[in-house]
Design a binder for this molecule. Sequence first.
Ligand code: ATP
Ligand code: ZN
Length: 689
Amino acid sequence: MMTQYCIKPVHSLPGRLRVRIIRLREQQEHAGWLKNQLLAFTGVKTVRLRPAAASAVLTYDRQKTDEQRLLEHLNSIDWSLATESEYEPEYCGGDNLLNLVGLAATQFLPKRWAALPAIALIAPTIAEGVDSLRHRELKVEVLDALALSLSIARGDYRTAMLTQSLLTLGEYFEQETSRHSDELLSELMQPQNHAVWVERDGESQEINSEQLVNGDVMLLGPGDNIPADGTVLRGVSLINQASMTGESVPVRREAGAWVFAGTQVQDGNIAVRAEQVGDESSTASIRRFITESLSQRSETQQVTQKMADRRVAITLAAGAGVFALTRDWNRLASVFLVDYSCALKLSTPIAFKSVMYKAATSGLLLKGGRAIEQLAGIDTVVFDKTGTLTYGDMLVTDVVSFEPKKTWAKRLLAIAASVEEHSNHPLARAVVSAAQQHELPHINHGEVEYVIAHGLISELDGNRMVIGSRHFLREHYHIDFAPFSEQIEELEEQGRHLLFISLNEQLVGMIGLQDNVRDEAAQVIHQLRELGINNVILLTGDKQHKAEQMAKELDIDRFFAEASPESKVSIVQGLQEQGCRVMFVGDGVNDAPVLTQADVGLAMNQSTELAQQAADAVLLQDSLHGVVVARELAVEAMALVNSNIKLTEWINSGIMLAAAMGRLSPTLSALLHNGTTIGVLLRSLAARK
Ligand SMILES: Nc1ncnc2c1ncn2[C@@H]1O[C@H](COP(=O)(O)OP(=O)(O)OP(=O)(O)O)[C@@H](O)[C@H]1O
Ligand SMILES: [Zn+2]
């Protein structure tokens, strides 16, 4: 690798590392990008950059990473992928202190003495404006520079210093909030280590993805996260590479193909030989995903940004007009100092980040400002059933053997659990935990294949074994249910969810499970209605009568039953075509496409990795209350953003008018204007609490 070893540690303490990154100084326009890259490293807690000094300071969690690994990560950063993100000098408390000293100097020292410190402190701000002009951009920095230069040229160091201090303070506030929220969010978005099935010594076993070594054969099915790069040995599957390419249409991969770590299996089963375990490539996609979520610009943000930049031209024109009429330098400076684009520009991202922060601390991960905007606009909520409106942990209540000698029931459960171990479906988890409770042994079986929304196929002593829904066994394997219909009906009447098991296309037994509606479900639906959502829909793969029963019980407007993953997508699409703006709440592998299709996808806490990746928001607690919180926070955020914009415009237009009429001294104008800016920022900041 070309970049190897150009990044060197300068200073290190336990949990803290300072490095010199020459590239950072050479490519300052990539500083924002780099920062998010660093934040996405496993275990990194905070990042501070000083591009001019080519320095970066990282603090990290020593349980999760160490200096060696961080340096390896640093050296493997692919700079060719860098995107320009506006370079924001990182102010620190010290800068504000210096300004305070400068401010005191202009207040108490004779003018001659105050000039030097004032000019020294202000020079960088002016340089930024000049820089912006050099890039042929008419941005706020230009106005700031103009106003400051004007004050200095006129020898008014007090006004200049005051403006400078307020500008710095405002940006400092902004940086502090976004830093805190970025750090918190990137920590939450880090994937956890999870279990992976591998084939070792001819046997399949479950290990932690951390224990994976090159050459391991990983057995992957729908919903699984691919923990390392590798080559497909057997099988065919659809891989969702959204986390890597941003493209949510899955790609087909079969024997011989290469698959990337961090992507997910959406459908089908494959065996993959791990070839780049723990390699940089495995974290690259995760890093990209986090970087993008953090730097994603919402629509409102883009609109306010444009508005802000237009304001610069307006202010310039107003200043020029006033000066042409009055030839009054004071008025000119006063007008320039009321550039209110910064309040517009800064307050929106801060408000969004504050809300993301607040959401995270109350158990909800919102992936960016876009998610907030969409959430505020929805009018329809579609719920998945199993694991969403019902508890993820179901209970096995009956194990029925259809064998003549009914002693078989325990073995039946043991077999089912041994196979279901390979699935993460709520039904599968229930079967496994029932077997564990009875301390049943593991029964050897062949490779397990998961057919999404249907069930599992495996092999037992040379016999084909199928376990899953009645539809799966009957329609796909032509298994006869007639002889047992009485027993089946009996359990169905009790509202049990049934799983069927067949050996060599003979029905051998069934497992009855009880799924309980979440205690909070009814309340949550009621609260959503109070928040203006009048269309609540249930969408499930389960049977008609169960869906109907639940819809009635929970006061749900409409339901769609026996939906396949594809029909789930088309149902949501249909709703959107009718003009509904849809939030989908779900948890399963088969929910991933519909989570993407919906305007807002919200994944439950116990969701599969794929569902969490596909979603715009993820609940961090196993409760539906987060759905209400999400909506409330989004509405609150948008109200805040809009009122900030209005407030800024009204107040500043007033100030500008007064300035143009010559009623304000430049100092007062700067004070009023920057005061409103900081006020608006504080309002946005307050949304964190
Ligand atoms: N791992 C599994 N083991 C056995 N059967 C399964 C498994 N996964 C799915 N099935 C069967 O396929 C059916 C449909 O599954 P799917 O995941 O689409 O729906 P669901 O989770 O039961 O309901 P919902 O759509 O409300 O989440 C299940 O009801 C079950 O009978
Ligand atoms: Zn089918």
